[in-house]
Design a protein around this ligand. Structure first.
Ligand code: FPP
Length: 252
């Protein structure tokens, strides 16, 4: 369903959709004097712990930033290592994700992915397509600006093909984003103490709460996620209106 901020849940209910910028793998490794690859490997363990902890906290959907369109600028060994982790994460965890009713969706550009990763992405999405207990969205080769540009291009293509007419509105535009059909993002979390979005979910961030945590991603787990839920419950989500006020105009 498209995002309708006026009908999104109040903060007191707790977040249903949490998006995570998993930052700090490199610093975690540096502090221990071990290669960055070890930090990323521990990052995968943290991801597993976090996905397992989420349903008990009332969370139905997690979106994680696995690899950005800008991450290709990293040294080739690190890129190769991150690609290898995706391979092993999916291969080692697919059975469990499937058994636990997790639907996995991959956001981002498919073109430009190594052929075997593209094949893994197709396979994991197809294998888990019927699951509905929990949604795990992995942003991979993803950039918020690229996603908005791609949505615009999709609309242009539809118009040129005679499949769309009339003025473009937010709801129609949203159907071209890679998050289309998913629940609205309630909160975006960034770990490691950095305070910026770094091109993550730019459109979807419009009314999301932002939470910055000082923990490095490999140390992340159930307690840190529970802290996000607590912080969110204490926020006052107004979506541009005022709490407990009758709106003067319908949205649109
Ligand atoms: C940031 O740490 C993290 C990443 C670039 C990628 C996150 C990837 C994982 C947790 C593992 C694999 C992902 C999946 C989806 C299986 P950083 O290297 O930028 O840390 P730094 O800022 O301390 O250098």
């Amino acid at each position: 369903m498209p995002v309708d901020p006026l009908h999104a849940p109040p903060a007191a209910d707790g977040p249903r959709h949490v998006a995570l910028i998993m930052d700090g793998n490199g610093r975690w490794a540096e502090r221990r004097g071990v290669p960055r690859a070890i930090g990323h490997r521990e990052g995968v363990q943290a991801l597993k712990r976090t996905v397992q902890a989420a349903p008990a906290l009332g969370i139905h959907c997690l979106t994680v930033f696995g690899f950005s369109t800008e991450n290709w600028r990293r040294p080739v060994e690190e890129v190769t290592d991150l690609m290898g982790l995706v391979r092993s994460y999916v291969v080692s965890d697919l059975k469990r994700l499937e058994k636990e009713g997790v639907r996995v969706l991959v956001l981002g550009r498919r073109a430009g992915l190594p052929a075997d990763i593209a094949e893994i992405v197709e396979r994991v999405e197809a294998t888990t397509a019927h699951n509905d207990k929990f949604i795990l969205q992995v942003a991979f080769n993803y950039g918020g600006r690229a996603d908005i540009v791609d949505a615009a291009q999709r609309h242009v293509d539809r118009v040129l093909a005679g499949e769309a007419t009339g003025p473009l509105d937010e709801e129609t535009f949203g159907t071209g984003l890679s998050t289309a059909g998913g629940p609205p993002v309630d909160v975006i979390v960034r770990t490691s103490g950095e305070q910026r979005l770094s091109n993550f979910l730019l459109w979807e961030a419009a009314y999301a709460e932002l939470v910055y945590q000082n923990v490095l991603w490999p140390d992340y787990g159930p307690d840190a996620l529970a802290d996000v839920v607590d912080q969110y419950r204490n926020r006052d989500r107004r979506f541009g209106g005022r709490a407990a006020a009758t709106p003067a105009l319908a949205a649109g």
